[in-house]
Design a binder for this molecule. Sequence first.
Ligand SMILES: [Zn+2]
Length: 286
Amino acid sequence: MKAKHLIPILAITAIPWITSAQINLGERALGALQKGVAGFTFSNEQAAALAKEGVRKLDSANVVAGPNDGYTLRLNRVFGKHANENGLQLNYKVYLTKEVNAFACADGSVRVYSGLMDIMDDSQLLAVIGHEIGHVVNEDSKDAMRAALKKSAVLDALASQSDKIGKVTDGEAGQIASVLLDSKHSRSQENDADTFAYDFMKKHGYDVNAVESAFLILAKLSEGGQSDFISRMLSSHPDPNSRAQKARERAIADNRYKAYVQKPINNRAPVVKKPTTKRPTKKKKK
Ligand SMILES: [Zn+2]
């Protein structure tokens, strides 16, 4: 799952929203862009700046779980300790939707859909999160965005005036958001992200068998009636059964294989008990 991974049926509506982001693409880069030079590359910083604009747009177009929402609290617990994995600066949010999806962007933004959290326990969720972190670490998110942007008019529009992009308009941010959701990773990038996820689980002492299990859940969903919610995730990724098999083979080779049993899933916020003000017990009149 990746930046484009699983995507929401998102109507990117024109929400009035202006950013003052300065994105400096550099004169040489601009010249190359305008000439459509194939070898054009942009830096990680530039990719991150553009991704950030797109993510802001996506955040505004989706229902983001609030700080006290049970989904947010669970993600804090599961993901919080990995927000600086591999020296990255990751930020994460939950989109409240039935869709089963998660994606990561070049700026370190990871978005997890509540539909995914409804069907995966903590370790399975970590396997998916590990996969997403793998895309960021491997710079797949940047590569995918660059490739998609080159095909769209966004960069041309951004680059048309000067090497300093004064403002990304709402429309441009919307286009970047679409690019984030629609860019694809190659099979080998997906495979590498899966390997990263497995190693991530192992390194942190989580049950590596949750990786196989997470993919088996996706495989099962794809056969069931809920496939609408995960069709995009599956269409942008290799066959979940073969991904599960690879994870199982790694676990067997590691001498760690054991059929995984899913743990209870709890996305509810703990009930905060209000201090009960005790009424003075009335004395019964005798
Ligand atoms: Zn992926």
